[in-house]
Design a protein around this ligand. Structure first.
Ligand SMILES: CC(C)(COP(=O)(O)OP(=O)(O)OC[C@H]1O[C@@H](n2cnc3c(N)ncnc32)[C@H](O)[C@@H]1OP(=O)(O)O)[C@@H](O)C(=O)NCCC(=O)NCCS
Length: 155
């Protein structure tokens, strides 16, 4: 973490964090997860992280699942006020660090094809497009394709 980012801390998400997570989730995501989904992610043991400013305000979060030498990024989101300050990158890099400790060989994610900020972030972190899931996401007037991206962690 650079000195500029030292005001930010990454911590495991707790049930107490979910209320703040939901404020961001419902304001930022076009199809927000419910609080129950976040609770389930913690309950089943997914790797769930929050980013806090000065151990106080929750500014972002990431959910990853790890199994069978694969990591999946299921959700990553940064509060609009804190976007474009490398915090999304910080969370994605942290997810990779955790994955490598767990001997993961490949990481995967899906992203809306219209979500250029996220696609650029993932590309910068070495993710490459490997496919399309047709009509994967609901949108107001129909469905939108998902781009499937992957990164190999050769050892
Ligand atoms: C996608 C998201 C997590 C990025 O978080 P962030 O903290 O703003 O991203 P970073 O500051 O780490 O940006 C890293 C790179 O991503 C790209 N990027 C991020 N936001 C961008 C934007 N609005 N427009 C274009 N590129 C963007 C840039 O390449 C950027 O590098 P640069 O600043 O050196 O140009 C954030 O925009 C967000 O929460 N979006 C809503 C939720 C979402 O779409 N999540 C992903 C679902 S798959």
């Amino acid at each position: 973490m650079s000195p500029q980012q030292s005001q930010f801390q990454l911590q495991p998400m707790t049930y107490e964090d979910i209320q703040e997570v939901m404020v961001i989730e419902t304001n930022v995501q076009s199809q927000p997860w419910s609080s129950g989904i976040f609770k389930d992610c913690i309950r089943v043991g997914y790797s769930c992280w929050v980013c806090k400013e000065n151990n106080d305000q929750l500014v972002g979060y990431l959910i990853q699942s790890i199994a069978a030498e694969e990591m999946h990024i299921l959700n990553v989101c940064i509060h609009p006020h804190w976007q474009r300050r490398n915090l999304g990158t910080l969370l994605v890099q942290h997810a990779e660090t955790i994955a490598l400790k767990e001997k993961v060989r490949s990481s995967f994610l899906e992203v809306r094809q219209s979500n250029l900020p996220a696609i650029r972030l993932y590309q910068k972190e070495g993710y490459k497009k490997i496919g399309i899931r047709k009509d994967y996401y609901p949108i107001t007037n129909g469905r939108e394709d998902a781009i499937v991206m992957s990164k190999n962690h050769s050892r």
